[in-house]
Design a protein around this ligand. Structure first.
Ligand code: BG6
Length: 292
C-alpha cells in the first residue's frame, strides 16, 4: 500500500496482533509493533520521506559502506535507493507457515555502478515471527567477475522511554572505536553501558546477544545477530540533535541506536560467493537479566 509521500510500503501482520511496516525506499523497516500495538522502533517526527534523504528512524540498511569508512556517501547508498519485491527468491531454510514475511531485492543501477563498480544481488527477507519477533536476513551475492569488499550495518533505532534510564548489556569490557575521537581504539571498563552524553562507538567482536534494558517501560529488547561481529551504539544527545534537520530537538531522549554491523573487518566476496547477515529482535519483560 502507499505510505508517506506516496512511497510504496508493505505491512506485515501476525495473527496475535504484532505488525511491521517496510518501505521499498531503502528496504527500510519503519515500524515494529508488539501485540498490544505499542511501537518498538523510534521514527523521528521530522523524518523526511523523500529521496535522496534516508528515513530517520526504523532500520536503515547501511551498505556497501558503514559511516565514513570509505569513499562513498555516509552509510552507503542502499538506504536511499528504491528496492523491489523479490517475487521469486531462491530457497531459504524452512519457514513455518505462521510467520509473515516479505522478500526484497536490490541490484545496482548503471548510476550506482559508476559510484561503486561491482555487481551484486542483495536479498533482504523481513519476517515477523509468531511471538512478534522481528527478523532480518540479508544475503548479498557477488554476481561480478572480480572480488569486492563491503561494510554493513542494520542501523536500528530502538524506542526508549528515557535514555538516562537505559542500560545496554553485553558490551562490557570490549574494545571499541570511538567515532567522537577520530575512531581511536579504547577498551570499555565499567559495568553495563549507561548514557549521559553523546555516544558514537563501534564495539568490536561482540557476543551474538545484546540486551537493551528500559527500566521505565519495564521492557528489555534482546538483539541476536549472526555474521555481524560488531555493534555500533549511537545517541546524538542534545547538541547534535539540534544540528540535524530531520530529528526533533528533544527526540534523543527517546531513542537509542544499537546497530548489528560488520565494520572493522570488511566482508570480502569472491565471484559467485554469498554472504549472509542476520538480525533477530525480540522483547521480554524487564525482570529479565541477560545471560539467564
Ligand atoms: C551512526 C554513526 O551509525 O549513524 C554516526 O556511527 C552517525 O556517526 C549516525 O552520526 C547517523 O548517521 P546519518 O548519516 O543517518 O545522519
Amino acid at each position: 500500500c502507499k505510505g508517506v509521500n506516496g512511497l510504496e510500503k508493505v505491512v506485515l501482520r501476525e495473527v496475535r496482533g504484532s505488525s511491521a511496516e517496510v518501505y521499498l525506499y531503502g528496504g527500510h523497516v519503519t515500524s515494529w509493533k508488539n501485540d498490544h500495538g505499542e511501537e518498538l522502533l523510534f521514527l523521528s517526527t521530522k523524518a523526511i520521506f523523500k529521496p535522496p534523504k534516508a528515513i530517520r528512524g526504523g532500520i536503515p540498511i547501511c551498505f556497501p559502506q558503514f559511516g565514513s569508512h570509505g569513499n562513498l556517501e555516509q552509510h552507503g547508498f542502499a538506504r536511499n535507493r528504491l528496492w523491489s519485491i523479490d517475487s521469486d527468491p531462491p530457497p531459504f531454510p524452512t519457514v513455518s507457515s505462521n510467520k509473515a514475511f516479505i522478500d526484497l531485492i536490490f541490484k545496482p543501477s548503471e548510476d550506482d555502478l559508476k559510484l561503486w563498480p561491482h555487481s551484486y544481488e542483495f536479498r533482504l527477507r523481513i519476517t515477523l515471527g509468531p511471538g512478534g519477533d522481528l527478523m532480518l536476513t540479508s544475503r548479498i551475492r557477488n554476481t561480478d567477475g572480480k572480488p569486492f569488499s563491503f561494510t554493513f550495518a542494520y542501523h536500528t533505532y530502538f524506542s526508549v522511554s528515557d535514555i538516562s534510564e537505559v542500560r545496554v548489556e553485553g558490551l562490557e569490557t570490549l574494545d571499541y572505536l570511538d567515532n567522537l575521537k577520530a575512531k581511536e581504539r579504547f577498551t570499555e571498563q565499567g559495568d553495563a553501558i549507561t548514557f549521559e552524553s553523546e555516544v558514537d562507538k563501534i564495539y568490536l567482536g561482540t557476543p551474538s546477544k545484546i540486551a537493551i534494558l528500559d527500566h521505565e517501560k519495564k521492557r528489555t529488547f534482546v538483539l541476536r545477530k549472526d555474521g555481524l561481529p560488531d555493534a555500533v551504539v549511537w545517541n546524538p544527545w542534545e547538541k547534535k540533535a539540534k544540528s540535524m534537520a530531520d530529528f526533533g530537538d528533544d527526540e534523543y531522549k527517546h531513542m537509542l541506536c544499537v546497530e548489528a554491523a560488520a565494520i572493522e573487518k570488511p566482508i570480502t566476496l569472491k565471484p559467485g560467493e554469498e554472504w549472509k547477515g542476520r538480525l533477530e529482535l525480540s522483547t521480554v519483560p524487564s525482570s529479565y537479566r541477560s545471560g539467564q
